[in-house]
Design a protein around this ligand. Structure first.
Ligand SMILES: [Zn+2]
Length: 338
């Protein structure tokens, strides 16, 4: 039977500066948590408006921070998990999943700012080991989503070694150029050769399946759904590259399809390829994400888009006569492996 599996991920973390959170140039301030206190109830309200082919409401996999930055500020990498424990247990009891969202924020005293540490192997491995080991055991972590949709051989080998079974970070065909100097925006990623279907990464190249003579990792990578951006968006992207030299920039014409963002993808005919296939027995994955702090506010555009985009998925399912099911990351991996 043809079907579409819909996976919705939430990066659940302190409020980002653009939503009233702590600025990246403050070393020891206290974070704000509007995303958790108000964003999560809002997301659940939207998720409960819709039903899949089995009558389930939209399931969400909540990826929680546990890492070095949280430890530096609160004395415990998993402070955020412990402090809001009641919320995670309640979400788990409703069929959602609790996963892990390790960030690689490191303080740089010379620029007086937090910046993404994407290269120092020893520091990265230590940050991830501590973040994972201190995560409360009752959640039996199986799923991860990396900070900034980033991975490298260091981080992919580490999530595998720690025993995680599924990761959702890849952005097939996408790559960005590395900024010249460290700053809060000095991100980069390379998923240029990655294909769309889920895969078990090669130990020596996280972006693809293992070749015959290579070792394959045991963690399943499920890539995010991405779409071709509009012409005006492409022009803006190219302009930025020339107006802000040295800042780093994404290459190519694609972007991940965020469930609470402008519905360029969800309302367009691009969604069709997920529901239309020549094969009879085929399953496609529609994988999307959002941040909890994007939703609060009475007139939040993000929550309007979230609701509309879920409706577009349901409409596409009806129009093309192909059922869809909401699964958590763990459930989806279980079905792929079976
Ligand atoms: Zn994040």
């Amino acid at each position: 039977m043809k079907e579409v599996i819909v996976i919705i991920c939430c990066d659940t973390e302190p409020d980002q500066p653009q939503y009233g959170g702590l600025d990246y140039n403050v070393h020891f301030g206290k974070h704000t948590w509007k995303g958790i206190k108000e964003g999560i109830p809002k997301a659940k309200e939207v998720a409960n408006y819709i039903e899949d082919a089995e009558g389930h409401n939209a399931k969400i996999t909540w990826f929680l921070r546990s890492d070095d930055q949280i430890k530096e500020l609160y004395g415990d990498p998993a402070w955020m998990v412990r402090n809001f424990m009641g919320i995670w247990k309640e979400l788990g009891s409703q069929g959602d999943e609790i996963g892990w969202h390790p960030h690689l924020w490191r303080w740089n005293e010379s620029i007086k700012s937090w910046y993404p540490e994407l290269e120092d192997r020893i520091w990265i491995e230590n940050c991830m080991e501590e973040g994972y080991n201190r995560f409360p055991e009752e959640f039996k972590l199986t799923s991860s989503r990396m900070c900034w949709n980033f991975h490298s051989n260091i981080t992919m080998n580490k999530v595998d070694e720690l025993g995680l079974k599924v990761d959702i970070s890849a952005m097939p065909g996408q790559k960005s150029i590395k900024p010249v100097n460290d700053s809060p925006d000095s991100l980069y990623y390379d998923w240029e050769i990655t294909k769309e279907p889920p895969y078990f990464p090669s130990q020596s190249d996280y972006r693809r399946e293992a070749d015959i003579n290579e070792r394959s990792l045991d963690i399943l990578e499920i890539p995010l759904t991405n779409f071709e951006i509009s012409l005006s968006w492409q022009i803006k992207r190219i302009l930025k590259r020339f107006l802000r030299p040295g800042r780093g920039y994404p290459l190519g014409k694609r972007n991940p399809a965020k469930i609470d963002d402008n519905p360029d993808f969800f309302r367009s005919c691009a969604i069709r390829k997920f529901f239309e296939s020549k094969e009879n027995n085929c399953r496609t994955f529609l994988v999307s994400y959002f941040h909890a702090d994007e939703l609060p506010g009475k007139d939040s555009l993000a929550s309007t888009y979230f609701e509309r985009n879920l409706k577009y998925i349901s409409e596409a399912s009806r129009n093309y006569g192909v059922p869809f099911r909401f699964l958590t990351a763990r459930e989806a991996a279980g079905e792929v492996i079976k």
